[in-house]
Design a protein around this ligand. Structure first.
Ligand code: G3H
Ligand code: 13P
Ligand code: ZN
Length: 336
């Protein structure tokens, strides 16, 4: 058993309280590999932003949970080496689907876990979330619960329809489970295909598809019931069309990939939404850069020559999110 504090990590408690007060959101970036992690840490250090490193169950299976844990520990040291003396880095389990998985993450040094019981009947979600909270809180590990179902494919959790969070349930859920933050459903969804083209209208200025707005009235309802309680948005990639175009230009085939407009995320970040999850955009940035190298330099076979540009492109993306969308730059408690 190792406690996250021994690894130099922090939990989400103070980070979220400050973010709500300050009207910004903490970036929660998923990672599976070294280049993603390097790009995230560099972006966070250079913008002086707190950051949440997210590991999904799929990532644990792909990269090996022990290796990921040591990588997160290495991330703290890397941040210091880059000149950030007081990094604020959370290692978070994304979409935990069982008590055993959450417990195993707590035991191996994660500072935050999500238990996603959103697909369960309400009472079962409450019971499972409470069980995880009771265990995690003994070690200072913070817990994210979820109420309401996102459309699309979550890691091991499927839902082919949206069920927006019911604001009437949130007080009961938060009180009975003791969770530290709550992921809610207001129309975001996972992946690069968040909306069907027929749900969108065409922006005459750019010719691009504009999706219907998020259900901010649901968020307002939740904030009214739970003033100051930390809210989380999953499925918040914006699916940058430049990356989609690069992928398609160099042999990819992404058709009608549509994300959440940045203006909507900017608006959400100013509210009680204090954690915004982004994974797909990083995948797109990585794939676009790799495809471009493969297509323009077909003789290249040194992985550093395509993973390097991929890493640079992801770093650019992360910095853009931090500075221009979430507003978490220059928010470290100690900036030196
Ligand atoms: O919410 C899902 C995340 O994007 C993780 O995706 O299960 O493919 O690792 P993954
Ligand atoms: P995106 O697929 O929109 O990046 O969402 C990621 C996410 O919610 C991870 O939990
Ligand atoms: Zn998610």
């Amino acid at each position: 058993m190792v406690n996250y504090k021994e690894l130099g990590l922090v939990n989400t408690k103070e980070m979220f309280a400050k973010a709500i007060k300050g009207g910004y959101a903490i970036p929660a970036f998923n990672f599976n590999n070294m280049e993603q992690l390097q790009a995230i840490v560099k972006a966070a250090v250079e913008t002086k932003s707190p950051v949440i490193l997210q590991v999904s169950k799929g990532a644990r299976n792909y990269a090996n949970q022990t290796l990921l844990r040591y990588m997160a520990e290495g991330a703290v040291e890397y941040a210091k080496e880059l000149g950030c003396n007081h990094p604020e880095i959370v290692l978070h389990l994304d979409h935990g689907d069982s008590f055993e998985l959450c417990k195993s993450c707590v035991d191996m040094g994660f500072s935050s876990v999500m238990i996603d019981g959103s697909h369960l009947p309400y009472e079962e979600n409450v019971a499972l979330t409470k069980k995880v909270v009771d265990y995690a809180h003994q070690y200072g590990v913070t817990v994210e619960g979820e109420l309401g179902v996102l459309a699309g494919v979550e890691d091991e959790v499927c839902a082919d329809h949206h069920t927006y969070t019911n604001p009437e349930e949130v007080i009961d859920f938060a009180t009975r489970t003791g969770c530290d933050s709550l992921a809610i459903s207001i129309g975001t969804s996972h992946g690069a295909y968040k909306f069907k083209p027929e749900q969108c209208h065409v922006d005459p200025a750019t010719g691009r598809l504009v999706p219907p707005p998020l259900a901010f009235e649901v968020l307002d309802g939740v904030m009214e019931k739970l003033p100051g309680f930390p809210i989380v948005l999953h499925g918040s990639s914006s699916v940058p069309q430049e990356e989609v175009e690069t992928i398609n230009k160099y042999g990819g085939k992404l058709e009608a990939a549509i994300g959440i407009p940045e203006e909507e995320l900017r608006k959400a970040a100013k509210s009680a939404v204090c954690k915004i999850n982004i994974d797909s955009d990083s995948r797109l940035a990585m794939t676009a850069a790799i495809r471009e190298v493969f297509a323009t330099k077909p003789a290249e076979f040194d992985p550093r020559k395509y993973l390097g540009p991929a890493r640079d492109n992801m770093e650019k993306l992360y910095k853009h999110k931090i500075i221009n969308v979430l507003g978490s730059d220059n928010k470290l408690a100690q900036l030196d």
